[in-house]
Design a protein around this ligand. Structure first.
Ligand SMILES: [Zn+2]
Length: 98
């Protein structure tokens, strides 16, 4: 499945319209919290269940969005973090959980 349109809505949501006409809308904060890069993955693994992440505004604002090959998008956040590659299947599954 490929995205036909990718947009950031109100600086709050990532919105994707897929080639099959279905739509996916995911909160940017959720996306950042679930950043799939190795660094964030390790950080989350080291945290206790009661840990509440303090998210700063520039961490959930998108500076740049790039399509990577035909399988993922790469998001660069305002705080400079840009190692997260969000695969399309990951994004679709994430939206399905709402
Ligand atoms: Zn990350």
């Amino acid at each position: 499945m490929q995205p036909a349109i990718i947009k950031i809505l109100e600086n709050k949501y990532l919105w994707i319209k897929w080639s099959d006409e279905t739509e996916t809308k995911i909160g940017l904060q959720k996306l950042r919290e679930l950043c799939p890069c190795a660094t964030c993955h390790a950080e989350r693994a080291n945290q206790s269940k009661s840990y509440i992440p303090l998210i700063q505004k520039n961490q959930i604002m998108v500076a740049e969005l790039k399509v990577v090959g035909n399988y993922a998008i790469n998001i660069k956040w305002r705080d400079g973090h840009n190692t997260g590659f969000y695969e399309y299947t990951f994004l679709r599954n994430l939206a399905g959980q709402e």
